[in-house]
Design a protein around this ligand. Structure first.
Ligand code: PLP
Length: 401
């Protein structure tokens, strides 16, 4: 029986890199796919479903409330919009025109990344502060908390913080200066799982809103994500996301998500309406998150480690390439296999190898982030059983020329 992609004539690929939107995200556990299929066979009031999700997300993250988004990037857009408008429906209706509103978001220059387009989409100006001297190699310093504090003014809607283990200043320091001025902090924690403890960590460190991807390590639907944080901000985000084609008198949102009594009227469809979330994604995300939280971290790690060990064994010893498996739990959450090429002896580069893997049949996708050092990386998160052997065989062939 041809699979659904074969019927479409679309080739499937082997993802030996890791969850990436470009490569269609992760592979959902069967239980998640089943839950989505079942969800698709009924209709519900989407706000009631989101209110239920909110309570579960609050419990899992330690936040006051949560919301299912169509991804972490959507969470950043909705979170930024919430920080700009608060609960004012007039302001909501005007976005992304933010004239006269709080329309600046402060970001350490070293935190800038392609995804901050989602923050800017709400209609704000990004105010970059500090200089990332340690990245240029010219020095040791990065943005410092006082520089963020100095940039705060009456137009500041939020400070956006991108969470990586190497991010500076620390989130606690950023929260301290922002909160001193009454400014909320939005954390982009899209890829910061595992460890599962990070679901609670950024909220515990004082973040007002945190955005996670649902389609990375959680293995939920590719177009899902989590926004969690302060109840009032989640309410403002929900109001700019939910479909509001309804008479105010008829509208009966769950009070745990939206306190109707605080609103003069309902806003129009908001700036978040284009990133809508279906019942299938909400149910899928909740199911995947439950499985993620329940899975023993050691078991998850050894599942990944086995895939990487199988790949290393399948590549085996070759004269002009060296394998090393990074598996120190203190340094890396995810076991990663690195293949260091002797580019000169081979007569081709690490990027050439990545491209040749990708151009074969089936296409095999490796992680190119260290090709400038002659290294090709492999990650386990989207590999299926049996695939390490296929990848290993192809790598061997290509290395033999
Ligand atoms: C993946 C990622 C995003 C986007 O996440 P989606 O869930 O795909 O929207 C945002 N920020 C960072 C740092 C990421 O790694």
């Amino acid at each position: 029986m041809p699979n659904v992609y074969e019927k479409l004539g679309v080739p499937t690929i082997i993802n030996a890199s890791g969850p990436a939107t470009r490569l269609s995200g992760s592979i959902m556990p069967a239980e998640v796919a089943e839950a989505m299929k079942e969800a698709s066979q009924y209709c519900v009031d989407i706000a009631v479903l989101q209110a239920h999700a909110s309570q579960y997300l609050a419990q899992v993250t330690g936040a006051e409330a949560g919301y299912v988004t169509s991804g972490a990037a959507a969470g950043l857009l909705l979170g930024t919009a919430a920080c700009i408008t608060g609960l004012d429906p007039t302001k909501m209706n005007r976005l992304p025109d933010t004239r006269g509103m709080k329309n600046q978001v402060i970001m350490a220059r070293s935190h800038r990344n392609f995804y901050d387009h989602a923050v800017r989409s709400a209609g704000v100006e990004l105010v970059e502060v500090g200089i990332a001297d340690r990245y240029s190699g010219a020095g040791v310093r990065d943005t410092e908390p006082w520089e963020i504090e100095a940039a705060i003014n009456e137009r500041t809607a939020a400070v956006c913080y991108v969470a990586y283990t190497h991010s500076l200043p620390s989130l606690a320091e950023v929260v301290a200066v922002a909160h001193r001025a009454g400014v909320p902090v939005i954390v982009d924690a899209a890829g910061q799982l595992p460890p599962a403890a990070n679901l609670k960590r950024f909220i515990a460190e004082g973040a007002d809103l945190v955005a996670f991807s649902g389609g990375k390590a959680i293995r939920g639907p590719q177009s899902s994500g989590i926004l969690c944080g302060r109840r009032e901000l989640i309410q403002a985000a929900a109001l700019q996301h939910l479909d509001l084609d309804i008479y105010f008198a008829q509208w009966n949102p769950p009070p745990s998500l939206i306190d109707k009594s605080r609103l003069p009227g309902a806003p129009h469809h908001g700036i978040g309406r284009p990133c809508k979330v279906g019942k299938e994604e909400i149910v899928g995300l909740l199911t995947a998150l439950r499985l993620f939280v329940e899975e023993d971290p050691q078991a998850r790690r050894s599942r990944w480690l086995q895939l990487m060990e199988a790949l290393a064994a399948a590549i085996g010893e070759t004269p002009h390439a060296q394998l090393s498996l990074a598996n120190d739990a203190k340094r890396t959450e995810i076991p990663i296999l690195a293949l260091q090429l002797d580019e000169e002896a081979l007569g081709f580069s690490a990027l050439d190898l990545v491209k040749r893997l990708q151009d074969g049949t089936p296409g095999i996708h490796a992680n190119p982030s260290r090709v400038s050092e002659g290294v090709v990386l492999f990650g386990p998160m989207c590999l299926k059983e049996g695939e390490p052997e296929i990848v290993g065989k192809r790598v061997r062939q290509l290395l033999k020329g």
